[in-house]
Design a binder for this molecule. Sequence first.
Ligand code: NAD
Ligand code: UDP
Length: 387
Amino acid sequence: MAGRLDLDGKPIKAMKICMIGAGGFIGSHLCEKLMAETDHEVVAVDVYNDKIRHLLEPPGQHPWSNRISFHRLNIKHDPRLEGLIKSSDLTINLAAICTPADYNTRPLDTIYSNFIDALPVVKYCSENQKRLIHFSTCEVYGKTIGSFLPKDHPLRQEPEFYVLKEDASPCIFGSIEKQRWSYACAKQLIERLIYAEGAENGLEFTIVRPFNWIGPRMDFIPGIDGPSEGVPRVLACFSNNLLRREPLKLVDGGQSQRTFVYIKDAIEAVLLMIDNPARANSHIFNVGNPNNEVTVRQLGEMMTEVYSKVSGEPALEVPTIDVSSKEFYGEGYDDSDKRIPDMTIINKQLGWNPKTSLWDLLESTLTYQHRTYAEAIKKSIAMPVAT
Ligand code: NAD
Ligand code: UDP
């Protein structure tokens, strides 16, 4: 609040932030943080606002009510967007289709959302000399170099073959028929465009590459607050299975590896970027937790154990089953094998480090999932099926 200092000891001035995609998972946590701990104003742009309704309603009743406004608009085709960017000091773009189940089944929508729809945002920021924080993805790295070596090759153990560095690692995607990479490729191209706007036209930008941020309000539970046939990201898929007492589905044996970071840790990193433009501008930042690496199978096992603890329900006798990626995601799916973020740049520029262990973040997240959804699931299961 008043009296907050940046990393160089200077007072932080309140700014107006145009946050596009503010109604999503990351946006909702960022809005909460900005309202509770800063004097910044948020112009929240999205087509939905369910995840930030608690910050908006009842109108005028919160200490921050005059610092947040919601603008329901689709950035694909809305002339109001330029005015909102022009009247703000900073734009944060979170809007995207970003669930892997869409990448190979809706590749056109995925490419349009992640590249074409982001273009005017970059253009308006550049033309009006406004700062931009753009959300990209760790998926721009694609597969690791090590994944092309034989399985037990000793070089696979060498960090150069798997640790992902913003300024050194190549981007390695599969063939065009593997439409999984439509998202990564679109995100890579918008990163290159933003970088070029910085180099040629002086755009002040920061690019964020999230590495599997997870926590409450991520995605949806199919059949409860999202479509029954929808396939969200792994946290929500496994939560849904646990809530319904079904085995967790391990795609292609659950051998892929991921590092998971708690949303609240990651949001601290974003706030440092917002408050320290001189340190954050012109940088691309990995934001993840290299200490929280597991295979998807290990994630499933840990979630089963944690859920049993927080719900008081015994785990299933057969807690997981294997499914092929073709069966689960359809034709054209492919996977990132391993994602360890190098933390040198974010550490040097912003002094940020993640704090929360995988067990602790799953415990708080699954407590939330149980509290929020268990009753609704019970009711939906008890309802007679229409014939
Ligand atoms: P999310 O789907 O919860 O949020 C995205 C929001 O953007 C949604 O509320 C959606 O309604 C909105 N949106 C999409 N298209 C829009 C449009 N045309 N007009 C207006 N609003 C629109 O996703 P998230 O997890 O919060 O991710 C936010 C950003 O971070 C995305 O760019 C995503 O690619 C990136 N990212 C997130 C993760 C992660 O771990 N959560 C990982 C990698 C990248
Ligand atoms: N996955 C799985 N079962 C599920 C959902 C996802 O085994 O029910 C796997 C998926 O194949 C991938 C990993 O979990 O290897 C992470 O998937 P997510 O959708 O969270 O996104 P990603 O990290 O691939 O971007």
